[in-house]
Design a binder for this molecule. Structure first.
Ligand code: GTP
Ligand code: MG
Length: 318
């Protein structure tokens, strides 16, 4: 009698073996795939490196002539340097450093040169009209008492048609009202020049007030230390009743001389001006001031302002 069991077992064994072989084959193929991919990656990396090396070699080859030329120049310079006595080399190097230093100083100095001109003086003297004359060449009649400093940076109207380099002027017109005069301190320390405007018509009734204001300006530390030049501009000379600049100068000197004595007494009582004026024991004159003080005439209304323009141009150079 035949039993079919062994046959069944044999079949089962065979299918198990085939299954096992299948798994093994699948595994082996995936392993193979992995190793092939890994090798491919490595191949790409190696190829990239080879290309990089090739490129570097190419650049090196291209640079080679320049390097050789550079070496040649250095060799020649060394040869020339060996022929020149060392003292000449030191002098040449020194000259280069010195020139650089001088150029640097000129640059630094140019930056510190001011182009600010301050117009000051009692209220009603004509500062604002002068400001417009300088800027626009017209008087802008009907000005009212200024409440704020009036300022602008511009090329003087009389110079707009001039060719070549012309420096713009920073002009500030500070109100003359006693309550607004403190604003002067914002501008005076950096000023290249001060224009003290005097009403030549109404001079005598205001002589004391004019002198006091002028005295305060001339004794300011910023004015004395920086020796800021000051122009006393006697304005409104278009009117026949206007006083001459000589008369005004003399009256101001007399009044300031008197003020010196009275202010000295005050300063002894500990309320002092920053600096004293003139030479002790001598009658005061503007020539005794440490800063240059000049006197000129003008008419803002008619545009006769040449002395003012000249003063500005001497202080603010292109
Ligand atoms: N006749 C004559 N009048 C002038 C002249 N300059 C100014 N004035 C007149 O004087 C008056 C005062 O002029 P302003 O320029 O406003 O005076 P200011 O010095 O600016 O006065 P504040 O702003 O108060 O400090 C105005 O009515 C002007 O028209 C001048 O040269 N001649
Ligand atoms: Mg004004």
């Amino acid at each position: 009698m035949f039993s079919c069991k062994p046959v069944k077992n044999a079949k089962k064994n065979a299918s198990v073996k085939i299954l096992g072989f299948g798994v093994w084959a699948e595994h082996s193929i995936s392993q193979l795939k992995l190793s092939v991919f890994e090798n491919l990656d490595q191949l790409v990396v190696v190829r990239k490196r080879v290309m990089d090396v090739d490129r570097i070699e190419l650049v090196k080859a291209q640079l080679q002539p320049f390097l050789r030329q550079g070496e040649e120049y250095v060799r020649r310079v060394e040869e020339i340097a060996r022929q020149i006595p060392p003292i000449q080399i030191y002098i040449a190097v020194g000259a280069v450093f010195f020139t650089t230093f001088i150029l640097y100083l000129i640059r630094a100095f140019k930056h510190t040169i001011s182009n600010t001109i301050v117009l000051t003086g009692l209220s009603g003297g004509g500062k604002t009209v002068l400001f417009y004359q300088l800027r626009d060449g017209s008087s802008h009649q009907g000005t009212v008492t200024s409440m704020e400093p009036n300022e602008g940076i511009f090329v003087l109207n009389s110079e707009t048609s001039k060719k070549g380099k012309i420096k713009a002027v920073h002009l500030v017109d500070v109100p003359g009202h006693s309550r607004l005069r403190f604003k002067l301190d914002d501008y005076v320390p950096k000023a290249a020049g001060i224009v003290f405007v005097v009403d030549a018509v109404e001079f005598l009734p205001n002589c004391r007030a004019v002198s006091e204001y002028l005295y305060d300006i001339l004794t300011k530390a910023s004015v004395v230390k920086r020796k800021i030049p000051l122009l006393i501009l006697c304005n409104k000379v278009d009117k026949v009743t206007a006083h001459t600049k000589e008369f005004i100068r003399k009256q101001l000197e007399k009044e300031i001389d008197k003020l010196r004595t009275s202010r000295k007494a005050v300063s002894d009582a500990d309320i002092s001006n920053e600096f004293t004026l003139g030479v002790p024991g001598e009658v005061f004159s503007f020539s005794q001031c440490v800063n240059k003080v000049t006197v000129a005439e003008a008419s803002a209304l008619t545009g006769e302002i040449q002395p003012l323009e000249q003063f500005i141009r001497e202080r603010v150079k292109p």
